[in-house]
Ligand binder design. Structure first.
Ligand code: NAI
Length: 331
């Protein structure tokens, strides 16, 4: 058997963690030939119940799972990690403002960024799920000067999956027929789920659905506000679909992207599409495998899309300003 890939997961004892660990252990990230070791981080009071989850992992007798360890110390959980998935933090509750969430969760990522810098493996990749994920990613990155900029990701795949499912439902086609859906910007209400460049069975989505008002009045708000709608209905934030999207994010980066497809993940902007450099902004990406990714160039952006892309960038700048005191030297 080849060397296991070490995956560290924070907030492993939470809702998303419970939906994530078993799928990773079963081989959903790296395929059926690659063993995995899980390194779980939780706050001290959550360790006993995480112990129960670890018993369940053992009881699954997953052939690919070589090791599981749990700790309340970030340096221990991140030691030699190849991938770190940052899930730990408060989820947004009904009625909680984004500003409250930023101030509640931001401080977690200063310490965890430093611990990644000190303890993680030399090729570590970091995916931030905990909200506000773009800005938390920025905070962690700013404290980890040893980890190059192309190793940092924030999750907008749940938005992409939501958008894909809405288009497929409206068109009455299987989700597998819908491709090239892009989420631009922040994982927030200002994101732009780009339907104009999406394709249904190889044909531009607006040519198939021919109903611009559905896209602007129903589709965009449904996708952007879906997280809130799930919280209202379930009384808790999306968990299984978020775990599924985290798996899609890592798998999309790890495996080469088919030439006629792309996927959305927030990365450190290099100035592409006029987005200020350094913001953690969601773009259409392709991977050459092993997380060697690039931003898909020349996706057409019309005036309306331009305004939406810029509005989301402006929000990210204001989030960055709101956590100025938490940012480290490696911006
Ligand atoms: P949860 O409350 O069920 O679990 C969070 C876990 O994090 C808890 O077990 C808690 O003990 C742990 N935790 C808190 N502080 C920690 C720290 N400093 N270090 C390590 N662990 C810590 O929440 P859930 O539902 O699992 O959500 C987790 C995060 O994911 C939330 O911030 C939520 O907003 C975010 N989320 C992001 C989505 C996205 O699309 N990017 C979608 C859905 C949720």
């Amino acid at each position: 058997m080849s060397t296991p890939i070490r995956v560290a997961i924070t907030g492993a004892g939470g809702q998303i963690g419970y939906a994530l660990l078993f799928r990773i252990a079963s081989g959903a990230l790296f395929g059926p030939d690659r063993p995995v070791a899980l390194q779980l981080l939780e706050i001290t009071p959550a360790l006993p119940s995480l112990g129960g989850t670890i018993m369940e992992l053992e009881d699954c007798a997953f052939p690919l799972l070589t090791e599981v360890k749990a700790s309340d110390k970030a340096e221990v959980a991140f030691a030699d990690a190849d991938w770190v998935i940052l899930v730990g933090g408060l989820p947004r509750k009904d009625g909680m403002s984004r500003a409250d969430l930023i101030r509640a969760n931001g401080p977690i990522f200063t310490g965890q960024g430093k611990a990644i810098n000190e303890a993680a493996g030399p090729n570590v990749r970091v995916v931030t799920v905990a909200n506000p994920c773009n800005t938390n990613c920025l905070i962690a990155k700013s404290h980890a000067p040893k980890v190059p900029a192309d190793r940092w990701f924030a999750m907008t795949m749940l938005d992409q999956n939501r958008a894909t499912a809405q288009i497929a439902k409206k068109a009455g086609v299987p989700v597998s027929s819908v491709k090239k859906v892009t989420i631009w910007g922040n994982h927030s209400d200002t994101q732009y789920p780009d339907y104009k460049n999406a394709e249904i069975a190889g044909v531009p989505a607006p040519k198939v659905l021919r109903e611009d008002s559905w896209f602007t009045e129903t589709f965009i708000p449904t996708v952007a506000k879906r997280g809130g709608a799930v919280i209202k209905a379930r009384g808790a934030s999306s968990a299984a679909s978020a775990a599924n999207a985290a798996i899609d994010t890592v798998a999309n980066l790890y495996h080469p992207t088919p030439t006629d497809e792309w996927f959305s993940t927030a990365v450190v902007s290099d100035g592409s599409y006029g987005i200020p450099s350094g913001l953690i902004y969601s773009f259409p990406l392709q991977s050459r495998g092993d997380a060697a990714w690039s931003i898909v160039p020349n996706v057409p952006i019309d005036d309306d899309a331009r305004k939406r892309l810029d509005a989301s960038a402006a929000e990210l700048i204001s989030e960055r300003d709101a956590v100025k005191d938490l940012l480290g030297p490696a911006l």
